[in-house]
Write a protein that binds this ligand. Structure first.
Ligand SMILES: CC(C)(COP(=O)(O)OP(=O)(O)OC[C@H]1O[C@@H](n2cnc3c(N)ncnc32)[C@H](O)[C@@H]1OP(=O)(O)O)[C@@H](O)C(=O)NCCC(=O)NCCS
Length: 148
């Protein structure tokens, strides 16, 4: 498996929209193609590839004060629970530290809190609704990049 960044407006970006639609929107009776995708243009896109084919993706959105938000974390349905999500998170954290971000934040669906907890994320604050389902804010302090 290869994990790497890819560009907005690439063929891979279109593949990522399809995965996001299948995994994050269709099960809720929604469509990614109705989302406002403006932020995608300037955010960082990270993908997991098997035999050159995109199998999972996530997005990093820079925030003020050294924070960066992980969003739209999705692994192709038939390929979940095989370590792809874990590998994408590890890549995203290294990528963010290299860019001198010190804290990763995210809005986790309640059903996957355990996935993020396993990777050192801590829930903060009260449960809230996003896309109609329960979420928690989570955060993780990133290890400083020794080269910075
Ligand atoms: C959540 C998701 C990204 C995880 O990716 P994945 O490739 O399936 O997970 P991995 O195989 O890398 O799992 C890594 C570890 O987390 C654990 N884990 C995975 N999903 C979990 C869950 N829902 N709850 C608790 N632990 C979980 C695994 O058991 C594994 O543990 P191990 O390292 O001890 O074996 C993926 O399942 C997915 O796309 N789910 C649907 C969309 C979604 O909910 N996205 C997150 C929105 S906030």
């Amino acid at each position: 498996m290869e994990i790497r960044t890819f560009e907005f407006d690439s063929a891979t970006y279109l593949d990522s929209l399809e995965i996001r639609d299948e995994v994050l929107r269709k099960p809720l009776g929604m469509s990614i193609y109705n989302d406002n995708l403006d932020m995608d243009r300037t955010d960082f896109h990270i993908g997991a590839f098997q035999n050159g084919k995109l199998v999972g993706s996530l997005i990093l959105h820079p925030l003020p004060d050294g924070e960066i938000k992980m969003r739209q974390v999705a692994v192709r349905s038939q390929l979940q629970s095989l370590g792809i999500g874990k590998a994408m998170i590890a890549f995203a954290e290294s990528f963010a530290s290299e860019k001198s971000f010190s804290k990763m934040v995210l809005n986790a669906r309640k059903v996957v809190l355990g996935f993020y907890e396993k990777h050192g994320y801590e829930a903060v604050g009260e449960e809230f609704l996003e896309v109609g389902i329960p979420h928690f804010k989570m955060k993780k302090q990133l290890a400083p990049n020794p080269e910075n």
